[in-house]
Design a protein around this ligand. Structure first.
Ligand code: 4NP
Length: 144
């Protein structure tokens, strides 16, 4: 099973989501992340994401940002986006129903807010939301 996490820059939310989910699943599950925007390609995660992950025992320092590509619709089984804006951007690139069906909001009806212009507290809140969301994703695999 291959799972892709998507946000805008691939430096704050989606690398955290990747690290948290991978830490909960065994290596039959491949978890990756990408951004809809390309400004931060090849950069490591934001220092504040690295810090909040480390505080929770997860090392995301080795991750590097990349831009979402339409090939990802084929490579991945499930594509989780962080907010409505990511959802709109990814869906606009999908050419087939089979691809659209892979895309879902990680919180179903809510956005994981972009913490880029926030502070430590916003990153803590994002961590908490993603920890809960990834528990739900894991539980869904355990049921199926
Ligand atoms: P992310 O946060 O989408 O959670 O990685 C952002 C990081 C950078 C930018 C926007 C959002 N930016 O505009 O550079």
């Amino acid at each position: 099973m291959r799972i892709l996490m998507i946000c805008l820059g691939n430096i704050c939310r989606s690398p955290l989501a990747e690290g948290i989910l991978q830490s909960k699943l065994d290596d039959r599950f491949i978890v990756d992340s990408a951004g809809t925007g390309g400004w931060h390609i090849n950069q490591p995660p934001d220092k504040r994401s690295i810090a909040v992950a480390r505080k929770n025992g997860i090392d995301i320092t080795g991750l590097r940002a990349r831009k979402f590509s339409t090939d990802d619709f084929e490579t991945f089984d499930l594509i989780y986006v962080m907010d409505r804006s990511n959802y709109k951007d990814v869906m606009a690139l999908a050419q087939e129903d089979a691809h659209r069906q892979k895309v879902r909001m990680i919180l179903e009806n809510d956005d994981v807010p972009d913490p880029y212009f926030g502070g430590e507290q916003e990153f803590e809140e994002v961590y908490r939301m993603l920890d809960k969301a990834t528990d739900a994703i894991k539980a869904q695999f355990e049921r199926s």
